[in-house]
Write a protein that binds this ligand. Structure first.
Ligand SMILES: *Cc1c(COP(=O)(O)O)cnc(C)c1O
Length: 349
C-alpha cells in the first residue's frame, strides 16, 4: 500500500516554481525535417558537423531510450553525466540553509559534495553491518525539511544491491524524493527500479553511460522520474547541457546493445573468475558480494597493500576511510590480461 502524500508543489523551491526558463532558438522553432534556412541562432552557416547548436531536448536519443526502457520520453532527463543530474535535483528541490537530504554511507561521495556545494545539510545514516539501509534510523532522521533520500543500489563502494523490502519501505513512507542511483544496474541480476516510476511519484532513478556502456568520456547521465519531476528539472537545466558529439556517440552506442551486452557478460565472467582466485590470497579476509563491475575486499593492511600494488603499476581504490570499510580495497574488473596481471601480483605479495 502506498501511504505517502506526495505533493510536487510543496517540494519544489519557491524561486524554481515561479521561474520562466530561458527559451533558446532551438526551443522556439523545432525542425520538422523539411528544408529550412536557419538564421535564428547566430551560428556560422558553413557545415562542419557541429556548427549548429545541439537539440536541447535530445529527442533522438531519448526516443530510443524511452523505447528500450519502456517509459515515456517525458519521463527522461539527460545530463552531462549523472553528476549534473544529481546537482539539478539539489538545485530544484533543496532550499540552501533550510532543507536537508539523507545519505547512507558508505556510499558514493558525490551526494555529500553536491550537498555541500549547494549549502544543503546532509544527514548521514550509516548502513547496517550487512550494508543495508537502516530503516529505523532513516525514519528517525526524516524531518519536515528532508527533501531527498539518496539510495545507491548496487552501492558504490560495497557492491551489493539493497533489498526490495527496504527500498519499498522507504518509497512508501517518505513524502520527499527517493533517488535510486543505478550506475551499476547493468551488471546486476536484480531488476531495475525503473519499472516502478509510474507507481511511485516520489521515485527517481538515475543511470549513466559511464560504466557498462563504456562511455565515461562523453559524459551522459540519465534521470528517470514522473513527468512532474522531469518537467521541473527541464525548467532549470542549461539549454544545451548535452553537446552534439555526446548525443551522437550515445545514440550509436545504445543502438548497438548487442556489443554492450557482450562486454558486460565478459566483465561478469571475469568478475566471478577474479572472486574465485582471490579467495585463496592469504591477506584477503573478506570478499564482499558484488552486483557491480568492481569487488570490495577486506585485507590485513589496506594502506600497505595499496602502496605495494601502486609500486607494481596497478592503481586501485583504498576505501578504508569510509565508515564500515576499515582495511578495504576496491578493484575494478579489467580486461582478462589486466586481471591476470593483478592476480600474479597479488600472489607475489
Ligand atoms: C560512477 C558513478 C556514477 C557515474 O557518474 P557519471 O557522472 O554519470 O559519470 C554515478 N553514481 C555512482 C554511484 C557511481 O559510482
Amino acid at each position: 500500500m502506498n501511504k505517502i502524500k506526495f505533493n510536487i508543489k510543496q517540494l519544489v523551491r519557491q524561486n524554481v516554481q515561479g521561474l520562466k526558463p530561458y527559451s533558446s532558438a532551438r526551443d522556439e522553432y523545432v525542425s520538422d525535417g523539411s528544408t529550412m534556412i536557419f538564421l535564428d541562432a547566430n551560428e556560422n552557416p558553413y557545415e562542419n558537423g557541429v556548427n549548429r547548436y545541439p537539440d536541447p531536448q535530445q529527442r533522438s536519443l531519448k526516443t530510443v531510450l524511452a523505447d528500450q526502457k519502456e517509459v515515456a520520453v517525458e519521463n527522461i532527463l539527460l545530463g552531462n553525466g549523472s553528476d549534473e543530474v544529481l546537482d539539478l535535483l539539489f538545485r530544484a528541490f533543496c532550499e540552501p540553509k533550510v532543507d536537508n537530504v539523507i545519505t547512507l554511507p558508505p556510499t558514493y561521495g558525490m551526494y555529500k559534495v553536491l550537498a555541500n556545494i549547494n549549502n544543503i545539510n546532509e544527514k548521514e545514516v550509516l548502513l547496517t553491518r550487512d550494508f543495508e539501509p537502516n530503516i529505523q534510523e532513516i525514519l528517525k532522521a526524516i524531518d519536515l525539511n528532508t527533501k531527498i533520500i539518496f539510495l545507491c543500489s548496487p552501492n558504490n563502494p560495497t557492491g551489493n544491491s539493497f533489498s526490495v523490502e527496504n527500498i519499498t519501505k522507504i518509497l512508501e513512507t517518505f513524502n520527499g524524493l527517493v533517488v535510486i542511483d543505478e550506475a551499476y544496474i547493468d551488471f546486476s541480476s536484480k531488476e531495475s527500479w525503473l519499472k516502478k516510476i509510474n507507481k511511485y511519484p516520489n521515485l527517481i532513478v538515475t543511470q549513466t553511460l559511464s560504466k557498462a556502456y563504456g562511455l565515461a568520456g562523453i559524459r551522459l547521465g540519465v534521470c528517470y522520474g514522473s513527468k512532474d519531476v522531469i518537467s521541473v528539472l527541464n525548467k532549470i537545466k542549461a539549454p544545451y547541457n548535452v553537446n552534439e558529439l555526446t548525443q551522437q556517440r550515445a545514440l550509436e552506442r545504445v543502438l548497438n546493445q548487442d556489443q554492450v551486452d557482450l562486454e558486460v557478460s565478459k566483465i561478469l565472467k571475469e568478475r566471478n573468475n577474479l572472486i574465485n582466485i582471490i579467495s585463496n590470497i592469504p591477506f584477503i579476509s573478506t570478499i564482499y558480494q558484488s552486483d557491480a563491475n568492481f569487488i570490495l575486499v577486506k585485507v590485513d593492511d589496506a594502506d600497505m597493500r595499496y602502496k605495494q600494488l601502486l609500486e607494481k603499476g596497478i592503481v586501485i581504490r583504498n576505501r578504508s576511510t569510509q565508515p564500515l570499510c576499515e582495511n578495504t580495497l576496491r578493484f575494478t574488473v579489467g580486461t582478462p590480461a589486466e586481471n591476470k596481471r593483478l592476480i600474479e601480483i597479488l600472489k607475489q605479495l
